[in-house]
Design a protein around this ligand. Sequence first.
Ligand code: ATP
Ligand code: MG
Length: 528
Amino acid sequence: MPHALSLSRVSKSFGGVRALRDVSLDVQPGEAHALVGENGAGKSTLINIVAGAIHADAGELRVRGRIVSDPTPAAMRAMGIAVIHQHPSLFPHVSVAENIALGWETRRPAGLIDHAERRRKAKDVLERIGARIEPETEAWRLSFAQQQLVEIARALAGDASIILFDEPTAGLGVDDAQRLFDLIRKLKQQNAAIVYISHRLEELPAIADRITVLRDGQHVATRAMNELSRDAIVSLMVGREYAAPAIASANGRRAVQASAAPAGFGENALASAESQRPASDPPLLELKGLSCSASGACDVSLAIRAGEVLGIAGLVGSGRTELARAITGHDPADRGEVLIEGRVRRVRSPIDAARLGIGYLPEDRRRDGVIGDMTVIENVNAATMSGTDRVSTLLGLIDRSRERAAASDSIARFDVRPPAADAIVSSLSGGNQQKVAIAQRAAAKPRILILDEPTQGVDVAAKAEIHRIIREMANAGAGVLMISSDLGEVLAMSDRVGVMRAGRLVEVLDHGDATPQRVMSLAVGGEA
Ligand SMILES: Nc1ncnc2c1ncn2[C@@H]1O[C@H](COP(=O)(O)OP(=O)(O)OP(=O)(O)O)[C@@H](O)[C@H]1O
Ligand SMILES: [Mg+2]
């Protein structure tokens, strides 16, 4: 039987960056093949070549044994190849049904548009993946996770036999992810060939048969999935023995404080601020009955003290992002109060929030997290460009050399690759864009930091680094509200864990009481 898909000695460069070098890979019918590697290793580039979205400089691409000489997107689709891209790319102002139709109508002869059939088909495929989304909804109204589900639905609507998933679960919660895995197992039974990219290495054994590791654009290894432990995979990814760093967890914070503080945060004066602050101080941020009818956050009360990380767990759609948007003035609250250090404040807009020292990392980095067509340096310094910041002079002139030094510092700390301050952000790999987004928030040194899925799409090493920096910012006296669909991350990082369900904060657990079982059962409504 020929390979369903095979790439042989494929290379691709972007300007001076060699994204892929002589990479070979084959995928069998009925096989799920995991593709892993650090941020920037070349995974999406490889997928984009198979999708026909970009052309390889050299190498050979075969589908079911036949050489593909002209790999255009239409030609690849016609051969039964479907791609779920790392960033959902829906047409915002048309309906979900019409977006999904793009996945299958292009594979049929031209003819009249049948709206009823589009609807039926969309409903069908959405049901197959267990997504509760109305086909008539305009795409721009969807949450990030919903967009991702529609992206998946679109790819599957065309009954493709070779399906490439580029981090499909990065924005999904456990329940949606589980449904996707069930579906992938079903597709395998139907003999589909699957390539599956993910930084959530723990999810791979449940679905993948083989795994290929890329490093710096080169093929490092292909093995049976059950031959490699998680640590062995990470070691192959980073190219040396890798021992997971002790996570900067809530209960491990003394260890973190004691370790040598890297430049930036944790200046001594700040690092000890928390211990000097009397416990009777008002919380940094307090919400009293905050509600927002536009977004659906409902009667939320909570308090975050200086030095504290409050994690927010909950299913996708439970109102976590909506809460963050209400606090930061994106969807201003219509009832309830926001208090900052004990004073009632009006947060009617994102600008109000920024003035009050509230930093915000939104979940959808492409929409609001970074400015794609600006450089790394411009993005990193964007938050500190006001008159009183640390990179402009007293006269209000921008000090380019200090700006550059600050950006280089951020690039080094977050290990942005390639480490080029002048690179256009949209040319970076997905995970590296996320690093830039978080570097910008860290550079602004907000007192209150609201993070929505801070480590989505970043590799294992970068994730540990981001955790360490979040903990450092808290130790330096910031109050952090961290939303994450990664339950392990929430449990490890949070001093307290809030659980949301249907727009409400149903419970706030102390670190010690927050077990995975307890959080999950609160999230799905298993207990009162
Ligand atoms: N359009 C482009 N222009 C310039 N460089 C690019 C472009 N697309 C990708 N690159 C570079 O190619 C390399 C590989 O990027 P790619 O997106 O394939 O990485 P990845 O493995 O998917 O990473 P991630 O896990 O972060 O998504 C990176 O160094 C990236 O900066
Ligand atoms: Mg990628």
